[in-house]
Design a protein around this ligand. Structure first.
Ligand SMILES: Cc1cc2nc3c(=O)[nH]c(=O)nc-3n(C[C@H](O)[C@H](O)[C@H](O)COP(=O)(O)O)c2cc1C
Ligand SMILES: O=C(O)C(=O)c1ccccc1
Length: 363
């Protein structure tokens, strides 16, 4: 199987409004399509007669040596894909030896999620929005730090939600029995308003660099990462405010439609960062070759969102195990066939770019 097949099989198992919620982007779906399409304009420069018998795909993220440069993006409401939801995802991350991002809209508490994997060495990042309820936000942060969460991922691209037409056409909240224990939203609260109304009640759209980064720093020694950076300007602001890293992301094409593919935004962010900040990226990664291309363009690590959801829907933990194995195997083979023995060998010289006139150009 490949990730596209997992998408088709997983999606077919879900009621349509739920599948649409997971799979859609915002407005005209332009950015959603751009994310996956961007990879094909880069071509691999395969190198031969290199001893690649012992490839080392490992790298270090959040102080943890992971088996290959991938983390699982925080995606909310995984219980709607499979009853085991984030618990299954956590077990699969443990088995694969990678780190996991936990959405603040997870259907299980981070304590339970972490119990599934931390004995195998997984490190966890907790995704947060800026919350209106600062008392609750501080409580969550202190509890996360005491519990051993390594990083806060501050999602910065969502002062308001993107336009999700599918949510106006069908109510995806068809499966009952859900709560959001991390942020204390009960099923009753969740059902009493639309997804967007609930989000607006919870999320603080006055967030800003000058207030929120120092605020988080004053509260915790955990790493602070900003998720949703798409420009050189914001990369420079992230450096100025001393965050530990950025995740170049357009929220899987679910926020502002019309922004470029993250692979394209990555290039300007890496250019601005000049090695002064860790840069990760998500959006549209569907193969190990995609991961290789992003690393060659300067990313330190990649993340996947929907592939986790599709694999959960397909077969719970077993599905996610399979998805992570497919990506790792494909990534290893791509490294070997490009003549790379370690992650450090992956550089811009591994790629060329197909220009619009059909001519290949070195980067
Ligand atoms: C169903 C779904 C729920 C998501 N929930 C969150 C969330 O709660 N917080 C967040 O920061 N990002 C969320 N995201 C965005 C992901 O973290 C990630 O940026 C995106 O899915 C990456 O693109 P990909 O799905 O193409 O891999 C969500 C994405 C999806 C598809
Ligand atoms: O739908 C999303 O993209 C998202 O970020 C989200 C926000 C709140 C609850 C569930 C998902």
């Amino acid at each position: 199987m490949n990730i596209e097949e997992l998408r088709d099989i997983g999606t077919a198992k879900l009621p349509k409004p739920i599948a649409d919620f997971f799979n859609s982007g915002s407005t005209y779906q332009e950015t959603l399509a751009a994310n996956t399409a961007a990879f094909s304009k880069y071509k691999l420069r395969s190198r031969v007669l290199v001893d690649v018998s012992k490839p080392d795909t490992s790298t270090v993220v959040f102080g943890n040596r992971i088996s290959f440069p991938l983390c699982v993006s925080p995606a909310g409401i995984q219980g709607m894909a499979h009853p085991d939801g984030e618990l299954a995802t956590s077990r699969a991350c443990a088995k694969a030896g990678i780190n996991m991002g936990i959405s603040s809209f997870a259907n299980y508490d981070f304590d339970e999620i972490m119990k599934q994997g931390e004995s195998s060495g997984v490190h966890y990042a907790l995704q947060m929005y800026t919350m209106r309820d600062k008392v609750l936000q501080e409580k969550i942060i202190r509890r996360a730090e005491a519990r051993g969460v390594k990083a806060i991922l501050l999602t910065a691209d969502s002062p308001v939600l993107g336009v999700r037409w599918n949510e106006h056409k069908g109510d995806f909240r068809a499966i009952t029995g859900f709560e959001f224990p991390i942020i204390g939203i009960t099923e009753e609260m969740w059902r009493s308003s639309s997804h967007e109304e609930m989000f607006d009640k919870f999320n603080d759209d006055t967030h800003n660099w000058a207030r929120d980064i120092p605020y988080l720093r004053s509260l915790t020694k955990m790493e602070i990462w900003v998720k949703g950076i798409m420009t050189a300007e914001d990369t420079l602001l992230a450096i100025k405010h001393g965050v530990n890293g950025i995740l170049v992301s357009n929220h899987g094409g679910r926020q502002l439609d019309g922004v470029p593919a993250t692979l394209d935004a990555l290039v300007e962010c890496v250019g601005a960062g000049q090695g002064r900040i860790k840069i990760h990226v998500d959006g549209g990664f569907r193969s190990g070759t995609d991961i290789f291309k992003a690393l060659a363009l300067g990313a330190d690590c990649c993340w996947v969102g929907r592939p986790t959801i599709w694999s959960l829907a397909y077969k719970g933990q077993e599905g996610v195990d399979l998805m992570l194995k497919l990506l790792q195997d494909d990534f290893r083979r791509c490294m070997q066939l490009c003549g790379c023995r370690t992650i450090k060998d992956i550089s811009r010289s591994c790629l060329s770019r197909m220009n619009s006139d059909g001519v290949l150009a070195r980067l």
